[in-house]
Design a protein around this ligand. Structure first.
Ligand SMILES: Nc1ncnc2c1ncn2[C@@H]1O[C@H](COP(=O)(O)OP(=O)(O)OP(=O)(O)O)[C@@H](O)[C@H]1O
Length: 294
């Protein structure tokens, strides 16, 4: 069992943007979803935990390791798949993993060979090990990314927006792989895709404007909203009026017309019908932005 404890972590960039505003979270083994809109501060938090940038104040510990003050210790047990996983295109999957293993300090060639074979097998790329990564699909590249994040039996794995650009079957394969790994270590999945969290995570936090605005189990959050979400198909030109009168939590087009979900403690009448809330409702109700109408 591992535990990640983040306390009072804050970071303001030189341009004045407060990307992290007093973050406090405890994360146990398993898949943890960090959900937030673009710009919420997720990458800033992930980069700080991955020891790639410093915080202004606060602390973060993985078991006995003080992450901010012992970055070298943390790096030994960290697997990180950044948002942009850049690779030299001519390199093969096998060469890349071998190289990353050297960087992780695995100096014995035979040990590396065995590990690279195990990882290629695990991400189902052993047959493609001699092929240049250049020719790989997005999903295959992400699987190479996961394989490199698993080098050296990490205790903390951070994956930042991993499913962008994957087709549904690639995404599924990637989900299965992560879920498999996630049973034994702390995995943080940072994403703005609600489905990623719904399908994979037993615990989650929602971040907005540098703050944690919710933490808990996705199912609990959904139950909390139960009986308070109503929907209606409206005309596009009426949207502004509805926005003034109701607390709109989401708006999506169905057959060319806006279907709005509103938050209301009691039945608003006016043609609205009650719906079973979903995680998307939770997400939008917590971040409560006004730009969801655009
Ligand atoms: N190096 C930087 N210098 C200045 N501002 C930054 C820097 N990096 C991020 N920001 C700003 O900090 C805020 C949080 O950005 P961050 O990338 O952490 O968010 P995010 O939730 O990961 O979003 P995205 O999904 O778009 O990556 C944003 O307003 C962003 O513009």
């Amino acid at each position: 069992m591992s535990k990640l404890t983040i306390s009072q972590l804050s970071k303001t960039y030189p341009n004045g943007v407060k990307a992290l505003d007093n973050i406090n979270i405890e994360i146990d083994n398993g898949m943890f979803g960090l959900l937030g809109p673009n710009g919420a501060g997720k990458s800033s938090l992930m980069r700080t935990l991955a020891t790639l940038q410093e915080a202004d104040t606060g602390s973060a510990h993985l078991d006995g390791i003080d992450i901010l003050n012992q970055p070298d210790e943390l790096r030994k047990v960290l697997g990180y798949l950044p948002q942009e996983f850049g690779v030299y295109p001519r390199v093969t999957a096998e060469q890349l993993l071998d190289h990353m293993a050297i960087l992780k300090g695995i100096t014995k060639k035979s040990e590396r060979k065995e590990m690279v074979k195990y990882l290629l097998d695990k991400v189902n790329l052993y047959d493609k090990r001699k092929k240049a990564i250049k020719g790989f699909s997005g999903g295959m590249k992400q699987r190479v990314g996961i394989a490199q994040a698993l080098i050296g039996s990490p205790k903390l794995i951070i994956v930042d927006e991993p499913t962008a650009g994957l087709d549904p079957s690639e995404r599924n394969r990637f989900y299965n792989l992560l879920a498999d790994v996630g049973e034994k270590v702390v995995v943080i999945l940072s994403t703005h895709i609600v489905d990623d969290v719904r399908e994979l995570c037993t615990n989650m936090a929602i971040m907005n404007l540098g703050e944690i605005v919710f933490k808990g189990a996705p199912q609990t959050a959904i139950e909390d909203l139960s009986g308070k979400v109503y929907q209606k198909i409206v005309k596009r030109e009426e949207l502004d009026n509805y926005a003034k009168e109701y607390s709109i939590i989401s708006n999506k087009m169905v057959g060319g017309k806006p279907l709005i979900h509103v938050f209301s403690e009691s039945n608003p009448g006016d043609g609205f019908e009650q719906v079973q809330p979903n995680l998307e409702d939770v997400f939008f109700s917590k971040i409560n932005t006004s730009n969801i109408l655009v």
